[in-house]
Design a binder for this molecule. Sequence first.
Ligand SMILES: Nc1ncnc2c1ncn2[C@@H]1O[C@H](COP(=O)(O)OP(=O)(O)OP(=O)(O)O)[C@@H](O)[C@H]1O
Ligand SMILES: [Mg+2]
Length: 252
Amino acid sequence: MSGKILIETENLTKIYNGRTAVDRLSFHLLEGEVFGFLGPNGAGKTTTLLMLLGLTEPTEGWVKVLGLDPSRNPIAVKSQIGHLQENMGFYGDLNAWQMLDFIAELNGIPDDSARERCEKALRAVGLLDEAEKSIRTFSRGMRQRLGIAELLIKECRIAFMDEPTLGLDPDATNRMMDLVEQLCQETNMTVLLSSHLLHLVQRICHRVGIMIRGKMVACGPVEQLAREKLGIDNDAYTLEQVYMKYFEEGRP
Ligand SMILES: Nc1ncnc2c1ncn2[C@@H]1O[C@H](COP(=O)(O)OP(=O)(O)OP(=O)(O)O)[C@@H](O)[C@H]1O
Ligand SMILES: [Mg+2]
């Protein structure tokens, strides 16, 4: 990790019809880090991601992504951020090669380097042998890996992953998380990972942020939060214990 700040927010707030969804959020993301973005349903995680992407405007506060204001420069910001969601909407009639070729074309990658880049991405996500098959026949796990290949084609510096393992079986989930970890190490990509699978978040994330009712109540390496919140100084803690402690305190 370089220590370089790629995303920064201050007092970022979103109010929908008088209800505060995100409440004065101040945090940053460093280049090359995997940041676990946690919180119960309705805590404001997706709303935060939408503000970072410039897809919804903050009511108050500000956010900078690579030095830019996403609501003023949505295209520039979106070209640098990959967004991996559950159920990626792919073009079912295409095969994986065709789909990545298409992504390369949309992103202005010249034909002579596109093929090589597609091959590299397919290999990285373990889909090279299946790349001639129609995406329609792909399992959920394969689709999610194809989504990661798309991020690689675009050479995104930042990736938002909102529940990327939803509906995946335990083995596919593990492999997906290993892949994310490996790609961050190899490409220095920064990942904001929102997931409820706390044991996996604990395994791959450098830091986590816990949102409860719109507020980020904790932010830091799991080890540090365990020390501060549970008073545990060795490694006999789980992120789940830390999370539940904050969650119980944050109950209305
Ligand atoms: N477009 C919208 N209009 C009105 N209220 C909204 C809108 N989007 C989200 N909200 C509300 O904002 C709050 C935060 O929702 P958000 O989707 O950001 O939560 P989340 O942390 O992503 O939850 P989950 O884990 O269920 O995905 C919720 O109370 C939700 O009902
Ligand atoms: Mg959400």
